[in-house]
Design a protein around this ligand. Structure first.
Ligand code: SF4
Ligand code: SF4
Ligand code: FES
Length: 251
């Protein structure tokens, strides 16, 4: 990886704090130690961009789904760090900001085609889960409000199904792993559980089987053809007015 590729934020070319209009409703934030005034109500991500920085990494969906923008911050006169998603957390006055590109926790190597679910399978690949001290810091860090400690406990007990179920909404942001005193990589652990569950334990996905049959019977071909001919605005309207599928019990 070249030095340039490692940079996650490009510095603004000619942007100084004094350039930024001073008006009511603005807050002072510090980006890499430099002071900027930004409008109140912006997320950390938007505040960084307002100040003139450009995201090269550490940014994806901008909507709290992809988990790419995990970040840390500190407030004035507070020694402890705050952890959150940059696209979701709203800036506060005197917030000190940096941006982390991703959480590069090592992932165990396995071939999902070759391994099989068993009570000790997760422990075999992630033995550190046995070190959990039940502090619950991981659950408190999770922007998805997942009971992270609970799924780790299930993994320790070999309950792959429950571990997968509890962690279903994980967006792999890594905020839990950043704070765990036992050095557990929660999101890799639960990903293994979900993969094992999906492949070997609960393969009865009714909706998926139904949709595959529909696709095989070319049910959506004419609709897709129609969409290909639409312009951007028509696509946007279509998306806005789409019917949200009702849950049908299958996963
Ligand atoms: S932060 Fe780590 S040690 Fe604490 S409960 Fe979560 S997994 Fe266990
Ligand atoms: S479980 Fe961990 S990695 Fe997954 S969303 Fe919660 S904090 Fe992020
Ligand atoms: S950019 Fe995707 S969660 Fe923030």
């Amino acid at each position: 990886m070249s030095k340039k590729e490692q940079v996650i934020l490009e510095e603004p070319e000619v942007k100084k704090a004094e350039d930024v209009e001073k008006k009511a409703g603005t807050l002072e934030v510090f980006i890499m130690g430099k002071s900027y005034k930004v409008p109140a109500g912006l997320t950390i991500m938007k505040a960084l961009e307002y100040a003139g920085y450009r995201y090269i990494r550490g940014c994806g969906c901008r909507a709290g789904f992809c988990g790419a923008c995990s970040t840390i911050y500190r407030l004035e006169d507070e020694q402890k760090l705050g952890f959150d998603l940059a696209c979701q957390k709203v800036v506060e006055d005197k917030m000190y900001l940096v941006q982390l590109p991703f959480v590069p926790a090592a992932k165990a190597e396995y071939d999902i085609e070759k391994i099989r679910p068993s009570e000790s399978k997760i422990l075999e690949y992630y033995p550190e889960i046995a070190r959990c001290v039940s502090c619950n810091t991981c659950s408190k860090s999770c922007p998805q409000d997942i009971e992270v400690m609970k799924y780790i406990q299930r993994a320790i007990r070999g309950d792959i199904e429950k571990c997968a179920e509890i962690s279903f909404d994980c967006i792999q942001c890594g905020l839990c792993a950043m704070r765990c005193p036992a050095d557990i990589k929660h999101y890799h652990v639960s990903q293994l559980a979900r993969r094992l569950r999906g492949k070997y334990i609960d393969t009865r996905s009714k909706n998926l089987s139904k949709r595959i049959k529909e696709i095989e019977n070319r049910k959506y071909d004419s609709e897709i053809e129609k969409m290909i001919k639409m312009n951007k605005q028509e696509i946007k309207e279509l998306y806005k007015n789409r019917k949200i599928e009702a849950e049908e019990g299958g996963s």
